[in-house]
Ligand binder design. Structure first.
Ligand SMILES: Nc1ncnc2c1ncn2[C@@H]1O[C@H](COP(=O)(O)OP(=O)(O)O)[C@@H](O)[C@H]1O
Ligand SMILES: [Mg+2]
Length: 504
């Protein structure tokens, strides 16, 4: 099939309930080009791409392919026009195999679907892009990176000339990111067009030819990557200078806040998730747990915050035994939690923004009097939170489900860290946040450290771990491979430890 040479979006506008998400956006992309799409959470990136993919109809503007205006009413039509999209949240059927998932979406799948024929097709494709994939595995058995590859194969098999990837690297491990980047570079060499949405400026600089920056639904600027740098891109996006390398000052740590001894915890599948874990976290300390996700991080955070039962071992806060007590009891002792799956567990989607801003805190004196909420205080608190965390929403009376994913995150983070905790358990706190919010979040964690809180930080982002943590534990398969001071030279081998091949 001949590749499309040029795709253009012209004067695109789109509003939701009268609130503009995209305003008069025009850009084009040509064969063999990788275009980066940058913008703060809520800037309108996903909306714009959903329009291109036929999920939304624009209020104004048009799409042209090789100069000819086309109307794309739904994803089936976008596939017909050679457009494929990998969403932020994958759209695969968990209980089906890789092969079945691909066959289901394959546009030429015959009525009686001959697995052999499709299998051959997939294998040819996998070879030419250097994928390695077991087609019989069920989706739930795959890592995020593997699921993403299934989505990419689906799009390629359907003849996508243009592939849209919405924040594809935010769910991947460093190794998987490398693999994805090489796949994308291979596609570029074959003449595909790629639109790549990311908050990670290093990635954008590495793989994109050109960058388009959105701000509050409008184009704030565009640049060739070879003519620009991270600092100017960040300024274009946020409208001010962003500090990339935060300085962590030296502070003496205080007394012990959290103590974990010989902890054993079971995972969801009935297999031990944590084996004999012991460590302490002190006042004025950020204790980081580094590792590839799925090695027990989630279970550790859940055990400490009381959401998951402990099989054996002891957890103490301020010398008080909290093993297998209730989450509410632990919260009242001053333990806050920024959970991994914030959107699923951190909000009540149908409630208003201001209700969500004080979830779990309704009973606090400052928000309630007997049985009544003090709405004035609640709303004032919500406004401050939204201001500090730069949450963009039409009003505090909006339902939270209408906010973009990044903005929901910011609100939850703000809520959890606004009550100054004794211990903050933070799971991937900057995951999915834009550069401005990431900077704010990291500074906030350092501020908590400075003012005497203890922080237990889980992150897959090694840069973040090294920048923030006083001590670093490396977790693999439910065990700590090492606990080291952040300036320990042996941390050069952190990659090996994360892969389980070295123990200190
Ligand atoms: N289905 C929808 N209903 C109402 N508002 C929406 C919907 N989708 C997006 N929005 C709003 O449009 C704006 C842009 O969101 P989005 O395109 O998701 O931003 P981004 O992907 O850049 O983070 C946000 O203010 C968001 O609240
Ligand atoms: Mg988005």
């Amino acid at each position: 099939m001949e590749r499309n040479q040029r795709l253009e979006m012209k004067g695109i506008s789109k509003s939701f309930h009268g609130i503009p998400a995209n305003q008069d956006i025009s850009f084009c992309i040509e064969s063999g080009e990788i275009l980066g799409l940058l913008g703060e959470n809520g800037a309108g990136k996903t909306t714009l791409m959903n329009i291109l993919y036929g999920l939304y109809q624009p209020d104004a503007g048009e799409i042209r392919i090789n100069g000819t205006p086309v109307r794309i009413h739904n994803p089936v039509e976008s596939i017909f026009h050679g457009i494929g999209m990998v969403h932020q949240h994958f759209m695969l059927i968990q209980n089906h195999s890789v092969l079945e998932n691909i066959a289901l979406s394959y546009k030429d799948t015959p009525f009686f679907f001959p697995k052999l024929k499709i299998r051959e097709k997939i294998e040819t494709f996998s070879k030419s892009f250097d994928f390695n994939m077991d087609l019989t595995k069920k989706i739930w058995q795959l890592s995020a990176g593997e699921q993403q590859r299934v989505e990419i194969i689906k799009a390629l098999l359907n003849g996508a000339d243009l592939l849209i990837l919405d924040e594809p690297t935010s769910v991947l491990t460093p190794q998987e990111i490398k693999e994805l980047i090489s796949i994308l570079k291979g596609m570029k060499a074959k003449g595909h067009m790629i639109i790549f949405i990311s908050h990670k400026l290093d990635e954008i600089m590495d793989i994109c030819d050109r960058v388009l920056v959105l701000q509050k639904g409008r184009i704030a600027g565009s640049a060739l990557t070879r003519d620009t740098d991270k600092t100017s891109l960040a300024r274009m996006m946020v409208g001010r200078d962003v500090v990339f390398n935060i300085k962590r000052e030296k502070i003496e740590r205080g007394r012990q806040i959290l103590s974990v001894e010989h902890l054993d915890v079971m995972g969801d599948k009935g297999i031990p998730a944590l084996k004999d874990i012991s460590f302490d976290v002190f006042e004025n300390e950020i204790f980081g747990v580094a590792g590839v996700s799925g090695n027990g991080q989630r279970e550790l955070a859940e055990a400490v915050t009381g959401i998951r039962a402990v099989k054996s071992g002891k957890i103490r806060i301020n010398d008080q035994d909290i093993t297998n007590t209730s989450p509410r009891h632990i919260y009242d002792l001053g333990v806050s939690h920024v959970p991994e799956e914030r959107i699923r567990f951190g909000i009540a989607p149908g409630l208003f923004l201001y209700d969500n801003a004080i979830l779990k805190q309704h009973h606090l004196k400052k928000f309630s009097q007997r049985y009544f909420l003090k709405y004035k205080e609640v709303k004032h608190h919500t406004k401050t939170l939204m201001n500090d965390f730069n949450v963009s929403a039409h009003s505090i009376n909006s339902q939270i489900r209408n906010l973009s994913g990044g903005n929901i995150q910011k609100l939850i983070l703000g809520r959890e860290i606004s009550e100054k905790p004794q211990l903050l358990v933070a799971s991937h706190p900057t995951y999915g946040l834009d550069v401005g919010a990431t900077e704010f979040m990291r500074n906030h964690l350092l501020m908590l450290r400075k003012t005497g809180s203890a922080v237990l930080l889980f992150s897959e982002d090694l840069e973040e771990i090294f920048e923030l943590c006083d001590r670093i534990a490396v977790i693999f398969d439910g065990e700590f491979m090492a606990i080291l001071d952040s300036d320990d030279q042996r941390l050069c081998d952190i990659g090996l430890m994360m892969a389980g091949s070295e123990r200190i």
